[in-house]
Design a protein around this ligand. Structure first.
Ligand code: SAH
Ligand code: SF4
Length: 352
């Protein structure tokens, strides 16, 4: 809930609307983990809220910390009872001058890109906006007490498990909550999509100042279809048209993600083809060297090939960034920690 909704809640309980602001501060800024933590609310109000509402965090099912400070959590969602425990990953990424959080939007992913650990795990359900914001609050809890500016999560990337634009409403609601309630600037929020055209077009209409990152991974339809076989409905031209519409309505420069897979899409010929496709678009390209996932059959590119790919694009006047590899000593690629956890649980119950 946002402050306005919490204010209505307070008024329904016979209190002033100002109490809503206090509750919002407790949840989003002061790290309250339960309604009873909100000590400046009257006891009767707390009791009344507790009857119908819950404040808290998902349970941390597993945690890894990298030598470079990256923290990765596997969170168990509250629909634990009975069947399989549903889990999602979230990551805290400390950079020199800011702390970023990478959030998941779905349990698994229906898109099933050939190289992705999340896609290989299948798809269970969408997350709610609350479950998305919860991930950021969990990372924030571990940052409190760090020397500034690393004591506050200031950037959020929707690049964890799942396809955000296939969980459109919760994603947009989470973006707004992160902005208005947690105080993260719209320009510090990035939503990454596999190129789901209806979602890009709809997001353009919201006119939010967030960054849209579009995962291309291929300079032509044929190769893209091999890597993302479930997304053949939209051609690269249609995706780029939707991206142009996004730029037109928001004025935000686009990011194109390109995951470099050894011997598959990392050749200079493909770099040139990509450069031609992107010419004239207000964009930059983010090259992501592949983080190998066992059994999927793809490998990480050699550094020389990454550099050659980058140089071709730069010579064509395209701004290129290379994602700094973080957490290489832990299960850094999205979906890997969850995959390991599932494998270990299967292992733990097997007779051998
Ligand atoms: N579903 C969205 C957002 C989550 S994936 C999307 O696909 O854009 C975020 C980024 O991580 C995507 O660009 C994806 O291609 C990339 N990615 C997935 N698995 C990876 C891996 N094993 N190594 C490197 N990048 C990976
Ligand atoms: Fe889903 Fe993105 Fe992984 Fe593709 S890369 S399977 S869209 S999470």
């Amino acid at each position: 809930m946002n402050t306005a909704e919490l204010s209505v809640l307070a008024q329904q309980a016979g209190e002033s609307a100002y109490r809503g602001q206090q509750i919002a501060r407790w949840i989003y800024r002061r790290g309250a983990r339960s309604i009873s933590d909100m000590t400046d609310l009257s006891k009767p109000l707390r009791a009344r809220l507790e009857e119908q509402h819950q404040v808290g965090r998902s349970r941390v099912a597993a945690q890894q910390r990298s030598r470079d400070g990256t923290v990765k959590f596997l969170l168990a969602l509250t629909d634990e009872g009975g069947g399989m425990v549903q889990t999602v990953e979230t990551v805290g990424l400390p950079y020199a001058h800011y702390l970023s959080c990478c959030v998941s939007t779905q349990v698994g992913c229906p898109v099933r890109c050939a190289f992705c650990a999340t896609g290989a795990s299948g798809y269970t359900r969408n997350l709610t906006a609350g479950e998305i914001v919860d991930q950021l609050l969990t990372v924030q809890d571990t940052a409190t007490g760090n020397p500034p500016p690393l004591d506050r999560v200031s950037h959020v990337v929707f690049m964890g498990m799942g396809e955000p634009l296939m969980n459109y409403d919760a994603t947009v609601q989470a973006v707004r909550l992160l902005n208005t309630e947690v105080g993260i600037g719209m320009r510090h929020l990035t939503v990454s999509t596999v190129g789901y055209v209806p979602g890009i077009r709809r997001l353009a209409q919201e006119r939010m100042q967030i960054t849209l990152a579009v995962s291309l991974h291929a300079p032509n339809d044929q190769l893209r279809q091999q890597l993302i076989p479930t997304m053949t409905r939209w051609s690269l031209d249609e995706i780029l048209d939707a991206c142009k519409a996004y730029f037109k309505s928001t004025g935000r420069r686009l990011t194109f993600e390109y995951c470099l897979l050894a011997g598959v899409n990392d050749g200079v010929r493909q770099a040139r083809e990509l450069g031609h496709r992107l010419r004239g678009l207000n964009c930059h390209v983010n090259l992501i060297p592949y983080n190998p996932v066992g059994k999927l059959g793809f490998g990480a590119p050699a550094i020389l090939r990454v550099n050659a790919f980058r140089e071709v694009l730069e010579q064509m006047g395209i701004v290129v960034t290379q994602r700094a590899q973080k957490g290489s000593d832990i299960d850094a690629a999205c979906g890997q920690l969850r995959r390991r956890d599932a494998a270990e649980r299967v292992g733990a119950t097997s007779p051998s």
